[in-house]
Design a protein around this ligand. Structure first.
Ligand code: ADP
Length: 161
């Protein structure tokens, strides 16, 4: 059974993330979405909120699980008995960082490989940080997020105002 680990901050989950998860779930036997707990980016949503939001939008996929994790990604992969890490590639700027990350992981855990899925063109510009920036200035974020996620982001921003 081939198990993929798709790690990230998902702060919040965007339609770009959802697209990668859905496509990956068709290729792999099982996908574990790993939500990073300790984050130097000081997330807008707590890890519990991010897990709940992900469950709401991808919970219908039978071979997808969501777990939070802390510490080294390769340790999480080993603990889940994962076969491969999956990452999304949007632009050439992602490539440099992702290449470095995957090669570093290969050195510390030679049995853990990384697989890349290229973005769906319609989400190639999309990132959680851009969405948060638009929301901070009360811009329309409905094209980037599932309606329930967009509502949660607006509520969170209203609470901060
Ligand atoms: P990180 O904080 O590790 O960058 P993110 O939550 O931003 O985590 O993203 C997790 C993964 O999803 C990364 O591999 C990232 O490249 C990918 N990703 C993010 N947005 C998109 C998108 N619009 N299309 C395809 N992949 C994406």
């Amino acid at each position: 059974m081939a198990v993929a680990i798709y790690p990230g901050s998902f702060d919040p989950v965007t339609l770009g993330h959802q697209d990668i998860i859905e496509r990956c779930s068709k290729i792999m036997d099982k996908v574990i979405v790993g939500v990073l707990r300790n984050n130097s980016k000081s997330p807008l949503f707590s890890v519990e909120e991010r897990v709940t939001m992900l469950s709401g939008v991808i919970g219908h996929l039978p071979n997808v699980e969501i777990q939070s994790f802390d510490g080294l990604l390769v340790d999480f992969v080993r603990q889940c008995r994962g076969d491969v890490i999956v990452r999304g590639l949007r632009a050439i700027t992602d490539f440099e960082y992702e290449l470095q990350l995957s090669q570093t992981n290969r050195v510390i855990a030679p049995e853990v490989d990384t697989m890349f899925l290229t973005t769906n063109l319609k989400y190639s510009y999309l990132s959680s940080s851009i969405v948060k920036e638009i929301a901070m200035y009360h811009g329309d974020i409905s094209a980037f997020l599932h309606p329930d996620i967009a509502r949660r982001v607006r509520e969170k921003m209203d609470g901060i105002d």
